[in-house]
Design a protein around this ligand. Structure first.
Ligand SMILES: [Zn+2]
Length: 423
């Protein structure tokens, strides 16, 4: 796919008109590494491309406006880099990392600093982009990022509940050559945090690839839920040169050139950061649009499905699975659960092919107990025994009965080609 091909599927999320890339940087194979996505109608930067990712949410609007003002109408062609690039992960136990102060290996996947003075984790090498994966949890403190001796960022790693590894981009489009990045625990924390810990998982660098003839393995990684079997089947029927949109796919990428993952959150792996309520894609673009465990986390699920319908080609398929009797999760962004009839109502402007529901009753009961803290407070052996006995009753629940007590519901629907032609 050439940059112009890929670019033509995007649009301004606000006014839906086409976008132009200003100050584009291309690799020799004509992939766009960076640039500003400019909307001529809105007369502003609608987004930015950052290390190949199309970002309509987290990009630096001020920096883009400054760059646009500095250009003052001078229209330069694309800058072509002299090399292709390759991504590399540098894990917590990589011998190239230099650890100063008191770090300890932890859980087989982290280096842990308690925030002591002088603690620093340093990597020197050739790279043009760098980011880091760090754990956020209730005992985490602040951390600073330094590149070539200059502090370029500071983040608060505190999270009130649950432990999750987050992605933090540090720098992008540095001049070619050797650079030094340092992860510096600040020894400071916010009011609510219990401590100043910094859990380092890995660095991710992008560096010039001097031997691009070597075939690069297509990246594939999934740090979230597996793709539903129903969706895997639907993907098989998409034509070879078709396009598939994973709406809110979270931290995953599939080794399928037809696949594009859009998420609102700045996870490491999505190709596009955007809002499902105003998708940055032109209408009639995708053969298959799916969203898995997303609609319960969206403020206006009707608008989300309308946007998913808009970007689907006439004759294309929209699939969504969402929570029904699941307890709250990913708080505070959990708004609306749906019954089987509720999700059909969300899809009322599409032609529904199939409604389904899933999740054994014992699975739902276990999740409810866990969320209410019962599982934690009960005697562990007794709780395990109780759940075992409840599980043994699952076979008494028929699929029809499960419709009233399922964990989640899903719908597969068609964007009717004839109906579209009429409107
Ligand atoms: Zn616009």
């Amino acid at each position: 796919m050439t940059p112009t091909d890929r670019l033509s599927i995007f649009c301004c999320p606000d006014c839906k008109s086409g976008l132009r890339v200003i100050d584009p940087w291309w690799t020799p194979s004509r992939r766009i590494k960076s640039g500003i996505l400019f909307c001529d109608r809105c007369q502003h930067a609608a987004g930015a491309i950052r290390n190949f990712k199309f970002d309509f949410v987290h990009f630096d609007r001020t920096a883009c406006a400054r760059r646009l003002a500095e250009r003052s109408g001078d229209e330069r062609g694309p800058h072509v880099l002299p090399w292709e690039v390759i991504d590399e992960a540098i894990a917590f136990d990589d011998p190239r990392l230099c650890l100063e102060g008191s770090w300890e290996a932890c859980d087989g996947k982290y280096q842990l600093s308690h925030g002591g003075p002088g603690d620093a984790l340093t990597y020197s090498g050739e790279f043009v982009d760098v980011g880091v994966r760090l754990l956020k949890h209730p005992w985490s403190g602040m951390v600073r990022f330094e590149v070539d001796g200059t502090v370029v960022g500071c983040v608060d790693l505190y999270a009130p509940k649950w432990s999750t590894v987050h992605w933090f981009p540090i720098e992008c489009d540095l001049p070619a050559g050797r650079h030094t990045v340092r992860i510096l625990p600040a020894g400071e924390k916010n009011r609510d945090s219990a401590a100043c810990q910094v859990f380092f998982h890995e660095l991710a660098i992008t560096r010039p690839d001097m031997s691009p003839d070597r075939p690069q393995p297509a990246p594939e990684a999934n740090r979230v839920l597996p793709v539903f079997p129903d969706v895997v089947e639907l993907m098989k029927s998409v034509r070879e040169d078709g396009l598939i949109l994973d709406c809110g796919g979270g931290d995953r990428v599939l080794a399928d050139p037809r696949y594009i993952n859009l998420d609102f959150e700045e996870y490491q792996l999505p190709a596009v950061y955007g809002d499902v309520l105003k998708l940055p894609f032109r209408e009639n673009t995708f053969d298959l649009v799916f969203s898995q465990a997303v609609l319960e986390h969206v403020r206006d699920p009707f608008q989300a499905v309308e946007e998913m319908r808009r970007v689907t080609r006439p004759g294309g398929t929209v699939w969504a699975g969402m929570a029904f009797l699941q307890p709250v999760h990913a708080v505070p962004c959990h708004y609306f659960n749906a019954t089987a009839w509720g999700i059909e109502e969300l899809f009322r402007n599409l032609h529904i092919v199939r409604t389904a529901w899933f999740g054994d009753l014992s699975f739902t009961i276990d999740w409810l107990f866990k969320t209410a803290g019962v599982a934690e407070r009960a005697d562990q052996a007794e709780y395990a025994d109780l759940m075992q006995r409840i599980k043994s009753l699952d076979h008494l629940v028929s699929y029809e009965d499960l419709k009233g007590v399922a964990s989640g519901v899903s719908v597969e629907a068609l964007k009717n080609a004839d109906k579209e032609a009429e409107t």
